[in-house]
Design a protein around this ligand. Structure first.
Ligand SMILES: NC(=O)c1ccc[n+]([C@@H]2O[C@H](COP(=O)([O-])OP(=O)(O)OC[C@H]3O[C@@H](n4cnc5c(N)ncnc54)[C@H](OP(=O)(O)O)[C@@H]3O)[C@@H](O)[C@H]2O)c1
Length: 262
């Protein structure tokens, strides 16, 4: 198992939920953490609770115009970046038929284009050092579509296609890509999800409410990285759906269509 002591881990979406828990967990392993998302005040609070060194670096994934400067600042913070945890994102709660294309674009902009833009901006640093890990939070929704999540699922599938390709291309440069598929994790993701009008959904889904904690998710995420797993699956019994989908697709469809959308 690779030690994370003194490694520099850059986490997007570090102001809450999985990203916040990951910041604490990496910090407890002795890593130096760089914390990014839009809300600087929230990030400072997370930083104050981290055990070791931390650096707050606000960014908006829907605006990549300053990413080269942001990457420069991230590298200068501790002299290098060893791990990029691409975690920041938003979900959606609206039927495709009622969702204007602007909302689809917004979800893609944050979850996909923002995510890959940051990776592309940091990649030369990893290539130069001939090392680095890129950890990407997809979702069960990156494996199958579900009610009210057409744009969200599309963005999470898109990440899988991009990063599976990047994984192959960058192996020669000793750069590792880990794709993470969380199931139901108890965070504010459903409250922060956007509806057909682009407003926040504001409700805690039953599924998320019954999910595993963000802390447990972070612990399992780190274990997966240390074991060098290419694909990391984290959740409760909902993860069984992947096996059913793979081996019994018709049964899968008949089960999934009866599930509550929230
Ligand atoms: N919870 C689950 O059940 C679950 C399941 C599968 C996958 N996931 C994925 O896990 C990741 C983390 O979500 P979470 O569950 O921890 O939900 P969360 O608590 O809502 O966290 C989302 C994070 O993303 C950041 N973010 C949102 N829009 C952003 C933007 N435009 N620019 C920069 N940062 C932005 C938020 O920070 P600011 O508001 O400060 O910008 C926040 O830190 C997401 O990619 C989500 O799709 C979650």
């Amino acid at each position: 198992m690779e030690s994370l002591n003194e490694k520099v881990v850059w986490i997007t979406g570090a102001s809450s939920g999985i990203g916040e828990a990951a910041a604490m967990a990496f910090s407890n392993h002795g890593a130096k953490v760089i914390l990014s998302s839009r809300r600087a005040d929230q990030l400072k609070q997370v930083a104050s609770r981290c055990k070791g060194d931390s650096y707050v670096l606000p960014l908006d994934l829907s605006d990549n115009s300053n990413f080269s400067d942001i990457v420069k600042e991230a590298i200068e913070a501790f002299g290098q970046v060893d791990v990029l945890l691409n975690n920041g994102g938003i979900s959606q709660r609206s039927e495709a038929a009622e969702t204007p294309i602007e909302v689809d674009r917004k979800v893609m902009e944050v979850n996909y284009f923002g995510n890959i833009s940051l990776t592309k901006a940091l990649l030369p640093h990893f290539q130069e050092r001939q090392q680095g890990r890129i950890v990407v939070i997809s979702s069960l929704s990156g494996k199958f579509g579900f009610f009210l999540r057409s744009a969200y699922a599309a963005s999470k599938f898109a990440l899988v296609g991009f990063y599976e390709s990047l994984r192959l291309e960058e192996e020669k440069n000793n750069i590792r890509v880990h794709l993470v598929y969380p199931g139901f994790i108890k965070t504010n993701i459903s409250k922060n999800a956007i509806d057909a009008n682009g407003n926040t959904h504001g409700e805690m889904d039953n599924n998320q409410n019954k999910g595993i904690s963000a802390q447990e998710c972070a612990t399992r995420l780190i274990r997966g990285i240390q074991k060098d797993k290419k694909d990391i699956f984290i959740g409760g019994k909902e993860m069984m759906s992947l096996k059913i989908q793979r081996f019994f697709p018709n049964l899968f469809h008949s089960i999934i269509k009866k599930q509550s959308a929230t």
